[in-house]
Design a protein around this ligand. Structure first.
Ligand SMILES: Nc1ncnc2c1ncn2[C@@H]1O[C@H](COP(=O)(O)OP(=O)(O)OP(=O)(O)O)[C@@H](O)[C@H]1O
Ligand SMILES: [Mg+2]
Length: 309
């Protein structure tokens, strides 16, 4: 079992509207709605890889019910804490004629302190039964910025692998708590490194530095250029095969799922990285975050090339 911490649950709603215009009434030709939040994407990807994920975080109201029952329908278990306010809906308006994507994300209400504490208690109860925990995304209002750091400390005490994919201060404090792996993208990594990184050499040196300092494997994802993985001075560069990418939204989440699958199945870093890159790349072939087929993943995996950097 793998616990996927998803603090920012939302309904991810996409409407397809041709010739979208401000000040007009539109009747979408297609409406899609899925349980969303980066932890849900990780869980969906793990489920496709044949793992048993459990999603935790906060949900509330009718939108919360939609998120929870949607995950159950996908065969994904949940251990949510209920809030007395409605979960968010994030609306994406996709216009295939103009090739635009307009995104309207609700901010969400602050999580009250009792419910922050309730999640910590639930986490403590569940973590020991899991092979790994993933922490994904930003923290909603009301949640202390060191929340991931606190949960990583609990996971470490329980001897459970902690995999962190966040940004800003939550990532910085999380790193100091000693996770086993972090997966920033370029922007998140530039913020963490606090220096302007330009070349692949710069990125490799900084990844190696940060890994040596905090003891975590650093997997820095580079979009279509694949990823660098550093375990101290040992740095690998993985490149995916060329694909006809449709949407890379959630590719980082799928990469985290692939890495988690690998590390919980006793793979070495190189094979776990290959799984991560193949899952991230497979995700680009279809619309929807964390949405790929095992066939695409298996087809892409042997085409991932890995070299020592
Ligand atoms: N255009 C692409 N073509 C091939 N593979 C891609 C492409 N974009 C992403 N990937 C794959 O997905 C992995 C993760 O992508 P990326 O670096 O975009 O993550 P991210 O920015 O964290 O994404 P998100 O946070 O939306 O999930 C990459 O390492 C790569 O393997
Ligand atoms: Mg990401």
């Amino acid at each position: 079992m793998i616990l996927c911490v998803n603090p920012n649950a939302a309904i991810d709603k996409t409407v397809i509207v041709r010739s979208f215009q401000l000040d007009e009434i539109h009747r979408p030709e297609q409406v899609m709605a899925f349980p969303g939040g980066k932890g849900c994407n990780v869980a969906r990807a793990l489920n496709t890889l044949g793992e048993q994920p459990v999603v935790t975080g906060w949900i509330g109201g009718g939108a919360g019910q939609f998120i929870e029952s949607g995950l159950h329908r996908e065969g994904i278990a949940t251990a949510f804490i209920e809030t007395d306010f409605e979960s968010r809906t994030c609306l994406s308006i996709l216009d295939p004629d103009r090739n635009t994507l307009t995104e309207i994300y609700e901010k969400g209400e602050p999580v009250p302190p009792e419910q922050v504490e309730a999640l910590k208690i639930r986490f403590r109860e569940v973590v020991g039964t899991c092979a790994a925990v993933t922490f994904s995304g930003s923290l909603p209002a009301g949640v202390p910025v060191d929340f991931y750091a606190q949960l990583i400390a609990i996971a470490r005490e329980a001897g459970v692998l902690a995999m962190l994919d966040s940004s800003g201060e939550a990532l910085r404090l999380g790193v100091a708590a000693g996770p086993d792996l972090i997966k920033p993208n370029k922007k998140e990594f530039n913020d963490l490194a606090q220096r302007a990184l330009v070349s692949l050499n710069d990125y490799a040196a900084a990844a190696s530095d940060i890994s040596a300092r905090c003891g975590a494997v650093v997997v820095l994802s580079l979009g279509p250029d694949g990823a660098l993985a550093a375990r101290g001075s040992h740095v690998l560069h993985a490149r995916p095969p060329q694909v006809d990418a449709k949407s890379a939204v959630g590719s980082g989440d799928c990469m985290l799922a692939g890495l988690t699958y690998g590390l919980t199945h006793g793979f070495g870093l190189e094979d776990a990285l290959r799984y991560g890159v193949a899952a991230g790349t497979a995700n680009t072939l279809r619309l929807g975050a964390g949405n790929f087929t095992l066939e695409d993943f298996e087809r892409i995996r042997p085409g991932v090339t890995i070299v020592r950097y």
